[in-house]
Write a protein that binds this ligand. Sequence first.
Ligand SMILES: *Cc1c(COP(=O)(O)O)cnc(C)c1O
Length: 392
Amino acid sequence: MIPNRKGYFGKFGGRFVPETLMSALQYLEKEYMSAKKEKSFRKEMEYYLKEYAGRPTPLFYARNLTKRFGGAKIYLKREDLLHTGAHKINNTIGQLLLALRMKKYRIIAETGAGQHGVATATAAALFGCKCSVYMGEEDIRRQAINVFRMRLLGAQVIPVSSGSKTLKDAINETLRDWVTNINTTHYVLGSVVGPHPYPMMVRDFQSVIGREARRQIIDVEGKLPRCLIACVGGGSNSIGLFYPFYKDKVSFIGVEAGGLGLSSGSHAASLLKGKIGILHGSKSAVLQDNDGQIETTHSVSAGLDYPGVGPEHTYYMNTKRAEYVAVNDREALSGFKMLSEMEGIIPALEPAHAIYYASKIAPKLSKKDSIIVCLSGRGDKDIDIVKEYFKF
Ligand SMILES: *Cc1c(COP(=O)(O)O)cnc(C)c1O
């Protein structure tokens, strides 16, 4: 079973936090483990995922892309069709139900681009909880629409002015708030990162993606796919797709943000270019300099712009269960354009990385094979960024 009882995936993961957070994390773990076994909790979760978020999402056969690339059939797991436009709601609904169970009615979260902040504010509104979202000042400036969205949803957005004024600094502030308000507050972490039990719990909540996809592909193809492709920021949509296929003979490909190129220093490829270290309470691959200072990252897609990655991915890489590659900004934009024009689906820039990589892999495989790409979110949020690249 991974992780083990201390939250380790092989050598990675764990719980590197101040003493004051230990008991809250232990309590969260205990409540989660018992909730997971309860039929009523699972039923409630299923109810909201279906009736509120819009699950199950379709597994769409992308006929035009398949024809263009040649080779394996491309299927898209349509997480972009969920309420709020991305997979993040799978996790925030799960964590809100858990918060209610723990009688913690104040919710805090960190956000980078604002997507996780919006998904948390949405679930908090649904379940009648107070919500505060920490966001770096730089991100507030870049993502004004999402800031407004969170406020419309009744959440308070708290600017963070320390460090690089981006996501990693927002996470630090959220952890600080949590230490101070531990008895009343639940911290909804947005990806498979952070101290145990978050990487395991967020993976479990996101695994609904892979469980559905596995059933759906067997229904239409009568067999398992050859490979799964998903983008990796913190790593939650990818682990969510991969994990239910862990024991199958199916290969996993995680696509990191290559930014301006892996040798440019401006990227967010934590697995390919990082070193093992501790960031935000867990041991995993981290982009850091020789003194252990966290490096600044760059990606055209805000959701991939994070210097760390979930410990389970580092474990999959070390045990060779998954392969990791990088796709740069320019290639991701071409994936974005390709999917928009050829299938009538405008993707978020994050999964556009995965789409691009599918175009490289599909031609190498047989027409009898299939590939599932996780379409983690829709592109509405990225229109302003993309506008600068495409002139009509
Ligand atoms: C946040 C986000 C990601 C990256 O996060 P993961 O935890 O790696 O899934 C990917 N795609 C979309 C659409 C996102 O909003």
